[in-house]
Design a protein around this ligand. Sequence first.
Ligand SMILES: Cc1cc2nc3c(=O)[nH]c(=O)nc-3n(C[C@H](O)[C@H](O)[C@H](O)COP(=O)(O)O)c2cc1C
Length: 178
Amino acid sequence: MNYLLIFSSRFGYTHKIAQRLEAQWTAAGITVHTISLNEAPQLNLGDYDKIIIGASIRYGHYAPKMTSWIQQNQHILDQTPSAFFSVSILANKPHRNTPQTHTYTRKFFEKSTWQPDVIGIFAGELHYAKYNLIDRYLMQLVMKLNKGETDLNAHIEYTDWQKVRQFGELVLNIASKN
Ligand SMILES: Cc1cc2nc3c(=O)[nH]c(=O)nc-3n(C[C@H](O)[C@H](O)[C@H](O)COP(=O)(O)O)c2cc1C
Protein backbone atom coordinates (compact mmCIF):
# COMPACT_ATOMS: atom_id res chain seq x y z
CA MET A 1 0.00 0.00 0.00
CA ASN A 2 1.21 3.40 -1.03
CA TYR A 3 -0.25 6.72 0.21
CA LEU A 4 0.32 10.22 -1.10
CA LEU A 5 0.00 12.90 1.59
CA ILE A 6 0.01 16.45 0.26
CA PHE A 7 0.08 19.40 2.63
CA SER A 8 -0.56 23.10 2.11
CA SER A 9 1.02 24.95 5.02
CA ARG A 10 1.98 28.54 5.68
CA PHE A 11 3.93 28.30 8.96
CA GLY A 12 4.63 24.56 9.06
CA TYR A 13 1.90 23.40 11.42
CA THR A 14 -0.12 21.44 8.83
CA HIS A 15 3.19 19.79 7.92
CA LYS A 16 3.61 18.82 11.58
CA ILE A 17 0.17 17.13 11.59
CA ALA A 18 1.04 15.45 8.27
CA GLN A 19 4.22 14.05 9.84
CA ARG A 20 2.22 12.62 12.75
CA LEU A 21 -0.14 10.88 10.30
CA GLU A 22 2.78 9.66 8.23
CA ALA A 23 4.30 8.05 11.35
CA GLN A 24 0.97 6.36 12.18
CA TRP A 25 0.49 4.96 8.68
CA THR A 26 4.13 3.91 8.36
CA ALA A 27 3.76 1.97 11.61
CA ALA A 28 0.77 0.22 9.99
CA GLY A 29 3.01 -0.97 7.13
CA ILE A 30 2.07 1.69 4.55
CA THR A 31 4.60 3.47 2.35
CA VAL A 32 3.80 7.18 2.70
CA HIS A 33 5.02 9.88 0.36
CA THR A 34 4.57 13.21 2.19
CA ILE A 35 5.06 16.27 0.04
CA SER A 36 4.35 20.00 0.02
CA LEU A 37 1.70 21.19 -2.43
CA ASN A 38 4.46 23.27 -4.04
CA GLU A 39 6.17 20.07 -5.19
CA ALA A 40 3.00 18.15 -6.08
CA PRO A 41 2.72 19.07 -9.81
CA GLN A 42 5.64 16.76 -10.61
CA LEU A 43 3.87 13.66 -9.29
CA ASN A 44 2.24 10.78 -11.10
CA LEU A 45 -0.95 10.48 -9.05
CA GLY A 46 -1.84 7.13 -10.58
CA ASP A 47 1.01 5.58 -8.56
CA TYR A 48 -0.88 5.83 -5.24
CA ASP A 49 -3.53 3.69 -3.53
CA LYS A 50 -4.86 6.60 -1.43
CA ILE A 51 -4.45 10.37 -1.64
CA ILE A 52 -4.73 12.60 1.43
CA ILE A 53 -4.69 16.40 1.33
CA GLY A 54 -4.18 18.62 4.40
CA ALA A 55 -4.55 22.40 4.29
CA SER A 56 -4.58 25.34 6.69
CA ILE A 57 -6.96 28.27 6.77
CA ARG A 58 -5.75 31.81 6.31
CA TYR A 59 -8.30 34.60 6.62
CA GLY A 60 -11.21 32.29 5.98
CA HIS A 61 -9.78 30.42 2.97
CA TYR A 62 -7.55 27.55 1.97
CA ALA A 63 -4.67 28.45 -0.35
CA PRO A 64 -6.06 29.19 -3.85
CA LYS A 65 -3.22 27.04 -5.21
CA MET A 66 -4.68 24.03 -3.42
CA THR A 67 -8.16 24.68 -4.81
CA SER A 68 -6.84 24.83 -8.36
CA TRP A 69 -4.67 21.74 -7.82
CA ILE A 70 -7.78 19.81 -6.75
CA GLN A 71 -9.69 21.02 -9.82
CA GLN A 72 -6.85 20.08 -12.15
CA ASN A 73 -6.58 16.59 -10.66
CA GLN A 74 -10.27 15.97 -10.12
CA HIS A 75 -10.37 13.00 -12.50
CA ILE A 76 -7.75 10.96 -10.63
CA LEU A 77 -9.00 12.08 -7.20
CA ASP A 78 -12.45 10.72 -8.10
CA GLN A 79 -10.97 7.33 -8.96
CA THR A 80 -8.76 7.08 -5.87
CA PRO A 81 -9.78 6.61 -2.21
CA SER A 82 -9.12 10.03 -0.72
CA ALA A 83 -9.26 12.12 2.43
CA PHE A 84 -8.95 15.75 3.43
CA PHE A 85 -8.00 17.45 6.69
CA SER A 86 -8.41 21.08 7.62
CA VAL A 87 -6.25 23.02 10.10
CA SER A 88 -7.45 26.27 11.65
CA ILE A 89 -7.65 28.07 14.97
CA LEU A 90 -11.41 28.35 15.20
CA ALA A 91 -11.78 24.57 14.99
CA ASN A 92 -10.83 24.61 18.67
CA LYS A 93 -14.43 25.65 19.36
CA PRO A 94 -16.57 22.58 20.14
CA HIS A 95 -19.41 23.90 17.96
CA ARG A 96 -17.07 24.33 14.95
CA ASN A 97 -15.10 21.10 14.87
CA THR A 98 -16.98 18.80 12.49
CA PRO A 99 -17.18 18.87 8.65
CA GLN A 100 -20.76 20.14 8.97
CA THR A 101 -20.18 22.80 11.63
CA HIS A 102 -16.77 24.01 10.47
CA THR A 103 -18.02 26.72 8.11
CA TYR A 104 -14.85 27.03 5.97
CA THR A 105 -14.82 23.32 5.18
CA ARG A 106 -18.56 22.98 4.72
CA LYS A 107 -18.59 25.86 2.21
CA PHE A 108 -15.51 24.52 0.44
CA PHE A 109 -17.07 21.10 -0.15
CA GLU A 110 -20.47 22.57 -1.06
CA LYS A 111 -18.71 24.11 -4.08
CA SER A 112 -16.23 21.32 -4.79
CA THR A 113 -17.02 18.51 -7.19
CA TRP A 114 -14.37 16.39 -5.43
CA GLN A 115 -15.86 14.73 -2.34
CA PRO A 116 -13.26 12.93 -0.20
CA ASP A 117 -14.19 9.70 1.58
CA VAL A 118 -13.07 11.07 4.97
CA ILE A 119 -12.77 14.65 6.27
CA GLY A 120 -10.88 15.67 9.44
CA ILE A 121 -11.25 19.03 11.20
CA PHE A 122 -8.27 19.87 13.40
CA ALA A 123 -7.45 22.88 15.53
CA GLY A 124 -4.03 24.33 14.75
CA GLU A 125 -1.47 26.54 16.37
CA LEU A 126 -1.49 30.12 17.61
CA HIS A 127 1.99 31.60 17.63
CA TYR A 128 1.91 35.38 17.31
CA ALA A 129 5.73 35.66 17.27
CA LYS A 130 5.85 33.89 13.88
CA TYR A 131 3.55 36.40 12.17
CA ASN A 132 4.45 39.71 10.60
CA LEU A 133 3.11 42.88 12.23
CA ILE A 134 -0.13 43.11 10.25
CA ASP A 135 -0.97 39.40 10.59
CA ARG A 136 -0.17 39.54 14.30
CA TYR A 137 -2.67 42.29 14.98
CA LEU A 138 -5.32 40.92 12.64
CA MET A 139 -5.03 37.51 14.31
CA GLN A 140 -5.25 39.19 17.69
CA LEU A 141 -8.47 40.85 16.52
CA VAL A 142 -9.86 37.50 15.27
CA MET A 143 -9.02 35.96 18.66
CA LYS A 144 -10.58 38.85 20.54
CA LEU A 145 -13.82 38.61 18.54
CA ASN A 146 -13.90 34.89 19.32
CA LYS A 147 -13.06 35.32 23.01
CA GLY A 148 -9.71 33.57 22.52
CA GLU A 149 -6.09 34.20 23.58
CA THR A 150 -4.90 37.75 22.80
CA ASP A 151 -1.56 37.79 24.66
CA LEU A 152 1.04 38.40 21.93
CA ASN A 153 3.53 36.16 23.79
CA ALA A 154 1.19 33.19 23.44
CA HIS A 155 2.26 30.01 21.69
CA ILE A 156 -0.54 27.46 21.94
CA GLU A 157 -1.12 24.18 20.10
CA TYR A 158 -4.87 23.55 20.19
CA THR A 159 -4.67 20.22 18.35
CA ASP A 160 -6.47 17.20 19.77
CA TRP A 161 -3.92 14.54 18.79
CA GLN A 162 -6.35 11.75 19.62
CA LYS A 163 -8.69 13.14 16.97
CA VAL A 164 -5.81 13.17 14.47
CA ARG A 165 -5.15 9.53 15.31
CA GLN A 166 -8.82 8.61 14.81
CA PHE A 167 -8.75 10.30 11.40
CA GLY A 168 -5.63 8.25 10.61
CA GLU A 169 -7.55 5.07 11.48
CA LEU A 170 -10.50 6.05 9.29
CA VAL A 171 -8.14 6.63 6.36
CA LEU A 172 -6.56 3.20 6.87
CA ASN A 173 -10.06 1.73 6.65
CA ILE A 174 -11.23 3.46 3.45
CA ALA A 175 -12.12 0.69 1.05
CA SER A 176 -10.46 0.50 -2.34
CA LYS A 177 -12.55 1.65 -5.33
CA ASN A 178 -11.78 -1.33 -7.59
C1 LIG B 1 -2.41 35.37 8.91
C2 LIG B 1 -3.23 34.28 9.50
C3 LIG B 1 -4.59 34.20 9.24
C4 LIG B 1 -5.37 33.18 9.82
N1 LIG B 1 -6.70 33.15 9.56
C5 LIG B 1 -7.46 32.23 10.19
C6 LIG B 1 -8.87 32.23 10.01
O1 LIG B 1 -9.44 33.01 9.26
N2 LIG B 1 -9.58 31.30 10.70
C7 LIG B 1 -9.00 30.38 11.53
O2 LIG B 1 -9.71 29.58 12.13
N3 LIG B 1 -7.66 30.34 11.67
C8 LIG B 1 -6.89 31.24 11.03
N4 LIG B 1 -5.53 31.22 11.20
C9 LIG B 1 -4.93 30.17 12.02
C10 LIG B 1 -4.17 29.12 11.20
O3 LIG B 1 -5.06 28.39 10.38
C11 LIG B 1 -3.44 28.20 12.19
O4 LIG B 1 -2.45 28.98 12.84
C12 LIG B 1 -2.78 26.99 11.55
O5 LIG B 1 -2.18 26.21 12.56
C13 LIG B 1 -1.74 27.41 10.52
O6 LIG B 1 -1.22 26.25 9.92
P1 LIG B 1 0.02 26.33 8.91
O7 LIG B 1 1.22 26.72 9.72
O8 LIG B 1 0.14 24.97 8.37
O9 LIG B 1 -0.32 27.33 7.85
C14 LIG B 1 -4.75 32.21 10.65
C15 LIG B 1 -3.37 32.30 10.89
C16 LIG B 1 -2.62 33.31 10.34
C17 LIG B 1 -1.17 33.38 10.64
